[in-house]
Write a protein that binds this ligand. Structure first.
Ligand SMILES: Nc1ncnc2c1ncn2[C@@H]1O[C@H](COP(=O)(O)OP(=O)(O)OP(=O)(O)O)[C@@H](O)[C@H]1O
Ligand SMILES: N[C@@H](CCO)C(=O)O
Length: 354
């Protein structure tokens, strides 16, 4: 017997200025997996093929690839020790790696749906979010990729017992299984505590368009988190909290108020510390304002960078050109994507269309 299905996961931009590790926005570049299961085929481990962005960089070994490792984690933490036989996966990727557009979150979310579907586990998206948070331990990208839209999320304060289960080192949640390990793949990974992540979907004013200016260099999230301090001043935290409280509603209002949104997208928690990783970041963030570029609403670092996200109702090309010119002064070329906010989140569709 054979079956096929397609998994489609959107890219995401997190933080949107002041909402560090809190808000995420689901956008119209996709990671797509076309999956076939042919029970008469003799491959025990899935075969992987990639096309699109990053195709030559993604590991094709299913025990090293983030998506298939995540799928195996979901299977094994729910009592299914192996992939079914005869799985082949054609991946088409539009999400650039290491640019602040949630490529790792998309790869994890694709793996959640892959494991859930291959194992016929019937886990809800809320329960899959628990699994995602065992792997990517900040909720903003994975929640937006899974649920879609503009979302805010928090992690539950856990009981000491659940905290112990949650704080398992990532290497134990996602071990790189040796390819010839056969039946003896060590202990089952722990099942995640229930209800770790909670979220709410905000609205999004239809006039607000998203421009992503994607420089041609990578910044790993791990490195961009490594430059952040462990503690913050009370005034810097208040600065961000005040703005985030206004921003989540300001972005729902029609017509959008550029002066309110521009100020509400300022941040003192992560962007100032990341300027050493992204040449001329302060100048780039100051290069477009509602006064200099009518139609602009706000500008920020997308996720951990280096992509710059601009929100605008008008004048998108000019805004993009100005930001690209700032990068060019630093000798950096960019791609520009004009994106839509997408509401479906990650989906699984029977068959291999799309
Ligand atoms: N489709 C994919 N398949 C396999 N691995 C992937 C895929 N997408 C991303 N990865 C892995 O994730 C890494 C990038 O993750 P990282 O967290 O550094 O950046 P990001 O997720 O693109 O940015 P951000 O988290 O700031 O939005 C890649 O180098 C690769 O190892
Ligand atoms: N909120 C995270 C997103 C990166 O995935 C950060 O800025 O580090």
């Amino acid at each position: 017997m054979s079956r096929s299905f397609t998994i489609k996961v959107p890219c995401t931009s997190s933080n949107i200025g002041p909402g560090f590790d809190v808000v995420g926005l689901s956008l119209s570049l996709y990671l797509t997996l076309r999956v076939k299961v042919d029970a008469s085929a003799d491959n025990a481990a899935p075969t992987l093929a990639y096309t699109g962005t990053g195709a030559s960089d993604a590991p094709l070994d299913p025990y090293k690839n983030l998506t298939t490792r995540t799928a195996l984690y979901v299977l094994r933490s729910n009592g299914v020790s192996h992939f079914p036989r005869g799985v082949s996966i054609d991946v088409h990727n539009q999400v650039p790696f290491g640019r602040g557009l949630g490529s790792s979150g998309a790869a994890v979310v694709a793996g959640l749906l892959l494991g859930n579907t291959l194992g016929n586990l019937g886990l809800s998206k809320d329960r899959l979010l628990d699994h995602a948070l065992m792997i990517e331990r900040h909720p903003d990208n994975v929640t937006a990729a899974l649920m879609g839209g503009f979302v805010g999320s928090y992690l539950l304060e856990l009981s000491p017992e659940d905290r112990e289960a949650k704080d398992v080192p990532l290497s134990e949640v996602l071990p790189e299984y040796p390819p010839d390990a056969g039946e003896g793949w060590g202990a089952n990974p722990p099942s995640p505590p229930r209800g770790i992540g909670h979220y709410i979907r905000f609205g999004w004013a239809p006039e607000i368009k998203v421009i992503a200016i994607i420089p041609h260099f990578e910044v790993s999230t791990a490195k961009a988190r490594g430059v952040l301090p462990d503690t913050y001043s009370k005034s810097d935290l208040i600065f961000n909290l005040q703005r985030l409280a206004v921003l989540t509603t300001a972005l729902t209002r029609s017509p959008p108020d550029p002066y309110l949104i521009f100020q509400a997208m300022q941040d003192k928690v992560h962007q100032p510390y990341r300027k050493g990783l992204i040449p001329a970041l302060p100048q780039i963030l100051a290069s477009v304002t509602p006064a200099s570029h009518p139609g602009l609403l706000g500008i920020c670092l997308s996720g951990a960078g280096p992509t710059i996200l601009a929100l605008a109702t008008d004048n998108q090309q000019k805004i993009a050109d100005t930001i690209c010119d700032q990068f060019k002064i630093e000798g950096i070329t960019c791609d520009v994507e004009f994106l839509q906010v997408t509401n479906d989140g990650a989906v699984v569709v029977d068959g291999d269309e799309q």
